[in-house]
Write a protein that binds this ligand. Sequence first.
Ligand code: PHE
Length: 357
Amino acid sequence: MDDLRDKYISAISSASDEVALEELRLQAVGKKGEVSLKMRELGKMTPEERQVVGPALNALKDEINSALSAKKAALADAALNERLKTEWLDVTLPMRERRVGTIHPVSQVSEEVTAIFADMGFAVAEGPQIESDWYNFDALNIPGHHPARAEMDTFYTHRKEGDNRPPHVLRTHTSPVQIRSMEAQGAPIRVICPGRVYRADYDQTHTPMFHQVEGLAIDTDISMANLKWVLEEFCRAFFEVDGVELRFRASHFPFTEPSAEVDIRCSWEGGTLKLGEGDDWLEILGSGMVHPKVLEAGGIDPAKYQGFAFGMGIDRIAMLKYGIPDLRAFFDSDLRWLRHYGFAALDQPSLQGGLSV
Ligand code: PHE
């Protein structure tokens, strides 16, 4: 009996899996197992012998059974530990960042522009996108017969049959906000007016809706020199590129006198846009000294006050700064484009914290 015990207890303890364990159970305590066969021999024994051997055999059977179930539990534990090792997950690792939407380049650039001009003391003013032709044209010294009206490819609204008042227009520029600001606050003024404008035009650099930002400064001692300084200061801060080169070109607008258009040096080589190099010039804004008739239309005395104004294409400067080749894609709502050119939400552009980091 001691031999049987030694044999099975040690075999059980070194069994490597449940199959081997079951095999041992059958060999020892199964119907035809060694211990069971021994029990059958009890019948041939004398009552005295039986009294000694019977309990001993039962005890052996119990011992083997409990060794089997202890080993079975140990094998299950080991298997679980093995699984835990491979399925282990470190919940303290930092999470993977997942962007929820992006900020459109037009929004980003509008905020950058606003931050730079705010630093120079300009407030933000707004006006309606559906505008009367007085604000969009007449008040800006563009009378009814003026060729500038035709040049601008204006979208007109319809009037009812028999209503002979001039139709409203989708504003063709942000300049009407000059007049609205003069009316609302009088002189002195320093505002920028960002917003949507509309012209019937469509190609790689023109869309029927686009964005401008108007600038207007009016006071008793404003000159063209202030205009030039403000624009150069702006471009240096905005483009964040050494050697941005501007070209002031004499021009004409009905609402400024004198007038200048400003171009920026760039290259389109290989279909990618680069600033400060190349032989191309991209017009980014129109500007000049506010025409006395415009000041008058806005209720400001031109004998006492002068000012400068400019109108700049927000989409244009976004294309230049971020190397975006086709304006039309701005307004296609293509999610791949937005993910590529968009900006992380919650990064507010500021001169201190960085404009476009
Ligand atoms: N309104 C002009 C345009 O849309 C730009 C401009 C604004 C020019 C202010 C001079 C002064 O092209």
